[in-house]
Design a protein around this ligand. Sequence first.
Ligand SMILES: [Zn+2]
Length: 227
Amino acid sequence: MKALVLSSGGIDSTTALCEAVEKYGKDNVISLSVFYGQKHTKEIISARKVAEYYGVEHIETDLTNMFVYSSSSLLSSSKEEIPKEEYAEQLKTTGGDSVSTYVPFRNGLFLSAAAAIAISKDCDVLYYGAHADDAAGNAYPDCSEEFNEAIGRAIYLGSGKKVKVYAPYVKCNKAEVVKTGLEKGAPYHLTWSCYEGGEKPCGKCATCIDRQKAFSLNGAKDPALEE
Ligand SMILES: [Zn+2]
């Protein structure tokens, strides 16, 4: 059995990679990172370091062209500012819509690209780190359990029943993901979550806030802030 793990260099996908290595062994795990026109490449650099840490094959691909028409605030082509407040606050003003950092159908595209690579590289399982905090309130609709089930079925059928999608944290909040990773010794010191590409995490964007909360709920310090 072989696994392909979509790795963004953040907490969730690093925990997923950690679990995949534990289950399948490092020689049977491939890490995949995707360029999508993001404002900075810190997350890709982190993903490379995590792959190196585990000694797994690392692949990078580029889907930037897919998003050139989007004004998502995560993209370098966008003039939108990245909001400096947590998701729950942002959702009060979106009227049930996704947040400004939502990149249109990103997970759908990433998973489709990953499925093509998984088939080509003889992988049976495709891991991705979607979790319930991101899906809450429709912030990122392509992180929901329902979406995961639907695309999982599409990929399974479309791959000739060869590739199964596995989102181990789709029902978990970020604190539960961090708990799993801390227990298993995931290399969180190498990860990057912040939407801004500064020297240090900004501590103010939604993903920084979510991350800090997840560590403090576990009574732990974020090792990425200690470097
Ligand atoms: Zn930040």
